[in-house]
Design a protein around this ligand. Structure first.
Ligand SMILES: [Zn+2]
Length: 531
């Protein structure tokens, strides 16, 4: 028997949908509640799409239930403060009749009737809905990119950006103003899209007090505003080092360091590499009977066993160095200096460590051994750096996206990865078969292909030999010595993540550069390049 799929009209998909949700297909206006009409705030959007209408009751009528427009419609409704109702199948004829009947003039009239006060409270509502949605989705940053013709709302999750919604620029401008002028701690500040601005915004979502950091920057045709969701200061659970991705060997070094009575444990990595989270989980390894002060900008994670002190880096007398010095007078055992950006703060770190305290701090460098070079830049002498009472342990970390377990595919099956397969095959040998790549079209991960991030880290315990290399300034010899003693670099750690099918090798290469044997070879073979 031969089927005749060609003659099956569009209706079959509609019928399938209607029977799945147990309703009939709506075919005429007689099927609708006579009081229900297209929602005025959605009229413009529905006109532009043509296959979907959102009603004042919240009901959504679509002639194409499988289209992405259905989800987009719900998102836009939420952003406009309208609660989406049932999605109903309707014939293309009915949808176009409804759209043709929209009276744009009447809608404009309605809009104008909205008083200034209502407008502000509506925008506050929209802002709250946007933040609520982002929080529910586990988003770290909300990017609002306002340009002349459109405002794009993009979300960052696990380090990846994706488009969440598109708004009219006017709406986005109003929401940005409301955020800065009505919701922030310093509501005296007036939002000006032509200069960079920043502010802090508290917001209660589902009974939990959250904090958002707002920053804006002018852009060609508009401006960008980024809202970072810092999370609540009292409900956040700090993950342990194992959950963050540290290996057992690395954790045992860090645990050992946290029991040392005095000295410095320093941690490096670029901005956004999760240093704050790692520091917070290090604090949970400290014995209960030690008094901890953390000097932070801003306080991001709640640490139950510490006194957390927020600094204001705009004001010199309230920065890391001056609050660090002040904490030294408070009978501390452990001091966390959020960040060493200048000589002054580095000096406080050294003084605290050599006067009998355990100090944790972070610094921007691109490897653990380079922490030494950076400290020398900050004016600390090699003799002091090599002193037995100063440095205890050095940590460096990067974050690598981890694959979604629902859609990852063996790397040899991924089209995007074909050009690199032979290189990886050569490098990984037998381990090649365990490598996976990002999949596509997966609802569980919003089509990102990844569901989280893990650290690729290196941890150095400073031993006698290490101190000699530090005093000589011999980073190269030191790393060679470490390798001979079975030390794992962050590069090797990251490569293991690919080999074990935890991370996509392309994501790994984005963090550490190309995976090949030439990179780690002690002598680079130039002739091989032209082979
Ligand atoms: Zn997935």
């Amino acid at each position: 028997m031969s089927a005749q799929p060609e003659q099956m009209p569009e209706l079959s998909a509609l019928e399938r949908y209607a029977s799945a949700v147990r309703t009939k297909i709506l075919t005429s206006q007689a099927d609708l509640d006579p009081k229900d009409r297209i929602h005025p705030d959605m009229a413009q959007w529905c006109t532009e799409h043509g296959n979907i209408v959102a009603m004042t009751s919240g009901m959504i009528l679509t002639s194409d239930p499988s289209s992405r427009d259905v989800q987009n419609c719900k998102t836009i409704m939420l952003n406009k403060g309208i609660r989406p109702g049932r999605v109903m199948a309707a014939t293309p004829g009915l949808v176009s009749v409804l759209i043709d009947n929209i009276d744009m003039d009447a809608i404009e009239e309605l809009r104008r009737a909205e008083t200034e006060e209502e407008k502000v409270s509506n925008q506050q509502k929209r802002l709250r809905l946007l933040v609520q949605e982002a929080v529910n989705l586990g988003i770290s940053d909300i990017h609002i990119e306002v340009r002349e013709d459109v405002a794009r709302i993009r979300f960052r999750k696990h380090g990846e950006m994706y488009l969440h919604a598109e708004w009219f620029p006017k709406v986005a401008r109003e929401i940005a103003s409301v955020a800065f002028n009505k919701e922030t701690d310093h509501a005296t500040a007036h939002f000006n899209p032509y200069v960079p601005q920043n502010a802090s915004m508290p917001m209660m979502i589902d009974g939990v007090e959250l904090r958002l950091r707002l920053a804006s920057l002018p852009a060609h045709g508009g401006f960008d505003m980024v809202m970072r969701i810092l999370g609540s200061t009292d409900s956040d659970v700090v993950p342990d080092l194992h959950e963050l991705g540290y290996t057992d060997a690395q954790i045992s070094i860090i645990a050992r360091a946290s029991k040392v009575p005095h000295g410095a444990i320093l941690m490096a990595g670029p901005t956004g590499s999760g240093k704050t989270t790692t520091l917070a989980s290090c604090m949970s390894m400290i014995e209960e009977d030690r008094k901890i002060y953390t000097i932070e900008d801003p306080v991001e994670k709640f640490i139950s066993n510490a006194t957390q002190v927020p600094v204001n880096t705009d004001k010199e007398d309230r920065g890391f160095a001056s609050f660090g010095r002040a904490s030294l007078r408070m009978d501390p055992d452990v001091i966390v200096l959020g960040e060493m950006r200048d000589e002054d703060t580095a000096g406080v770190m050294v003084r605290a460590a050599i006067t009998g305290h355990l100090v944790y701090s972070t610094i921007h460098t691109n490897s653990a051994t380079n922490i030494i070079t950076r400290l020398a830049d900050l004016g600390i002498s090699p003799v002091l750096l090599g002193d037995g009472s100063l440095l205890v342990c050095l940590i460096y970390q990067r974050l690598v996206p981890t694959l979604c377990p629902h859609c990852k595919v063996p790397v040899s099956e991924s089209q995007d990865h074909q050009p690199y397969l032979s290189r990886w095959q050569e490098y990984f040998g037998e381990r090649f078969s365990g490598i996976y790549a990002r999949g596509k079209d997966c609802e569980k991960c919003n089509n990102l292909g990844v569901t989280g991030r893990r650290v690729a880290a290196e941890v150095i315990w400073i031993d006698e030999q290490g101190r000699e290399f530090i005093q000589k300034g011999d980073t190269f010899g030191w790393e060679k010595y470490l390798r001979n003693n079975g030390w794992q670099s962050h590069r090797e750690h990251a490569i293991d993540l690919a080999a074990e099918g935890i991370s996509d090798p392309l994501d790994v290469e984005r963090v550490i550069g190309e995976i090949n044997s030439a990179y780690a070879a002690s002598s680079f073979n130039y002739a091989a390049l032209s082979e």
